[in-house]
Design a protein around this ligand. Structure first.
Ligand code: PLP
Length: 407
């Protein structure tokens, strides 16, 4: 584990944890791409399609809940979340695999705050935290910001390889404090953990006394295959599962509204921790989301999004087949936003980034998803935010960049 010198570039006496703040290649791509002036097909960020943002319904609900007769919508909110949103969310989740109760629910400022709260409450410096390999590195970076030691456990097409994980933990000779998993349509690989593995992971967590941080922002975006129980449902109230959810992918990321579903015994601690972070999640947007849910817009919106994303995933696979058959392999997600492409050793995807950008296409290199940089010849593409014809053009540009780099 690396620690910052007590004086950083600023000359200020920094805390040792400052050296463990690693930043996000994924998030930084937003500002990098905003500076580009030529046409770029953006497979980089994990955002919903711009045309899939339900702007009409949001605008209509916005006028209702934030109109001139609603000054209270601009006040501070209760830290655990505005009652209007809590109520609408509980009703929305009823009968789904994420059904829950009021005492388990805390509204958060997006999924990232849910992860921060989880690691803040669970991790002491030097604690072992399991992350998937590859993983969503904003999650692993959050664990690192609390000075966790990471154990990267491999994935295959059925998600986290739980047998390998058991072996790795045996070898490490100590039990993990937490296991960070994205079980459904994983970011970045697009794979989904099988039900058998979910059950086995729960057993292992019980044996080890580890908390499973179940980060599942994409579960409602299934466009193929059979529905699967969430870790939350399988846990059936076991306090060892801490679930993190967000509206970012199912409505819009700019809302910065999400929720945590955790053992009621953690409720007051979550409130204390959140009060020391941001007091409350911003109230106007909680009211906006509440109105959106109350108006029955979410289900229609999800159905529409699923159709759009199914078509886009197919377009991405067809284009990859056309340009990279025999040269690369890729995953086949049944939902969510991402597909993971692995090339042969001759393609270094970090080196490919600049030529690809010059060619007019952006992706995230594989190493951005591994704290130990285990994926130099892989990359993540988001198929969700680009129209099918542009997906074909983007993959053609990527193929030209690979061609130029390897010739
Ligand atoms: C797996 C995963 N967890 C958490 C988040 C963060 O969600 P939010 O944007 O709501 O903070 C993301 C966003 O990309 C994600 O992919």
């Amino acid at each position: 584990m690396t620690h910052a010198p007590s004086h950083g570039a600023s000359g200020l006496p920094l805390a040792s944890r400052a050296g463990d703040l690693v930043g996000s290649v994924i998030d930084s791509s937003t500002s990098l791409l905003a500076k580009q002036t030529h046409d770029i097909i953006r497979f980089a960020m994990g955002s919903p399609a711009p045309e899939a943002i339900p702007t009409r319904a949001l605008a209509q609900v916005g006028t209702e809940v934030m109109g001139e007769r609603s000054p209270d919508a601009f006040d501070y909110a209760a830290t655990e979340g505005d009652p209007a949103l809590r109520e609408a969310l509980l009703a929305q989740l009823e009968g789904t695999t994420d059904e829950t109760t009021s005492e388990r629910l805390t509204i958060t400022s997006g999924g990232m705050q849910g992860l921060d709260l989880a690691f803040k409450l669970l991790v002491d410096p030097g604690d072992l935290v399991v992350v998937e390999s590859p993983t969503y590195t904003n999650g692993s970076a959050t664990a690192m910001s609390y000075q966790a030691e990471l154990l990267e456990a491999p994935l295959d097409e059925d998600g986290l390889d739980v047998d390998r994980l058991e072996h790795m933990v045996d070898q490490a000779g100590r039990r993990p404090k937490a296991i960070y998993t994205i079980p459904t349509f994983q970011n970045p690989s697009g794979t989904t953990m099988s039900v058998e593995r979910r059950r086995r992971l729960l057993e292992l967590a019980r044996t080890w006394g580890s908390v499973i941080i179940d980060d599942d922002p994409y579960g409602m975006l299934r466009f193929e295959g059979n529905p699967m129980p969430s870790m939350h449902e399988l846990a059936d109230g076991d306090p060892l599962v801490f679930s993190v959810r967000t509206f970012s992918k199912i409505i819009a990321p700019g809302l910065r509204v999400g929720w945590v579903d955790a053992d009621p015994g953690l409720g007051q601690l979550l409130i204390n921790a959140k009060q020391a972070m941001d007091t409350c999640t911003n109230l106007p947007l909680q009211r906006l989301v509440a109105g959106f849910l109350r108006g029955g817009h979410l289900q229609d919106h999800l159905t529409e999004q699923q159709g759009v994303y199914r078509e886009r995933k197919q377009a991405m696979q067809d284009a990859l087949q056309e340009h990279f058959a025999g040269r690369a392999r890729w995953t086949d997600p049944e939902g969510g936003f991402f597909l993971w492409v692995t090339f042969g050793d001759e393609v270094d995807t970090e080196a490919l980034f600049e030529p690809a950008l010059a060619e007019g296409v952006a992706f995230i290199p594989g190493n951005a998803f591994s704290p130990s940089k285990l994926f130099p010849n892989a990359l993540r593409v988001c198929f969700a935010s680009t129209r099918p014809d542009r997906i074909h053009e983007g993959v053609a540009r990527l193929a030209r960049a690979v061609e130029r780099m390897t010739k």
